[in-house]
Design a protein around this ligand. Structure first.
Ligand code: ZN
Ligand code: FE
Length: 258
């Protein structure tokens, strides 16, 4: 099993989870059908399912056209989004800890509300698809959740194995690292990662995946317990007595960051 990275729209990433033995693929968050169809045919893969992390158009926009081209594929998403009928053609309603099977690999669903109330992550052996919940060096905007809720979701992802590879929904890594540097200006880990990512992206390579270990070292939203991060939030004059408050202050500051 391996993951194919497909850039789509302006800065979205669509992923193919590929079973090399069967020449089959599952698509995660198809914002757009055309680049997915192109990659499937280039690699001679048969698409067997569509998995969505949440209902936003830039994650589900290609479902209709994929099904028109390839037939009535199963569409998975959260139970919350199923109730709201906000993922087109959704066939399966997933809840936290539900098991998901990709060929002979067993994974599970992780409910990660915050960006949206129905947001889920797909956890497979050594891999997690985090949608707009966790980005590399950042996290999604808090459209529907609350700071304690979003913080708890990130802590769940943070509890995965350090070697887990993170596949996020967008290419926001440089901007996120620039923000991370305002939170921890003297962090060598952030400075080095920013340099490394600039080179990588300049050379036409996407920033994902990253290990959870890298995220723990440089992503301010996974570092809300760290003394330097707490001190920075205090300097901003924001409440910082709980990790959820530190998270909330960071998220608000990121919203204003350009
Ligand atoms: Zn979104
Ligand atoms: Fe998105």
């Amino acid at each position: 099993m391996h993951v194919e990275i497909i850039p789509a729209l302006t800065d979205n990433y669509v992923y193919l989870l590929v079973d090399d033995d069967h020449k089959e693929a599952i698509v995660i968050d198809p914002s757009d059908a055309a680049p997915v169809l192109a990659r499937l045919s280039a690699l001679r893969l048969k698409l067997t399912a569509i998995w969505c992390t949440h209902h936003h158009p830039d994650h589900v926009g290609g479902i209709d056209a994929l099904r028109a081209h390839l037939g009535d594929l199963p569409v998975w998403g959260s139970a919350h989004d199923f109730e709201q009928k906000r993922i087109p053609f959704q066939t399966r309603a997933l809840s936290d800890r539900d098991s998901v099977v990709a060929w002979n690999h067993e994974g599970r669903v992780m409910a990660v509300p915050g960006h949206t109330l129905g947001a889920i992550a797909y956890v497979l052996p050594g891999i997690v698809f985090t949608g707009d919940t966790l980005f590399l060096a950042g996290c999604g905007r808090m459209f529907e959740g609350t700071p304690p809720m979003f913080y708890a979701s990130l802590e769940k992802i943070r509890a995965l194995d350090d070697q887990t590879l993170i596949y996020p929904g967008h290419e926001y890594t440089l901007k996120n690292l620039e923000f991370a540097l305002t939170v921890e200006p003297s962090s060598v880990a952030v400075q080095e990662r920013l340099e490394r990512m600039r080179v990588q992206l300049d050379n036409g390579f996407p920033s994902p995946p990253a290990t959870l270990r890298d995220e723990k070292a440089t992503n301010p939203f996974l570092r809300v317990h760290h003394a330097d991060v707490v001190a920075r939030v205090r300097e901003w004059g924001e409440a910082s007595s709980t990790p959820a408050q530190v998270f909330g202050a960071l998220r608000a500051a990121k919203d204003k960051f350009r």
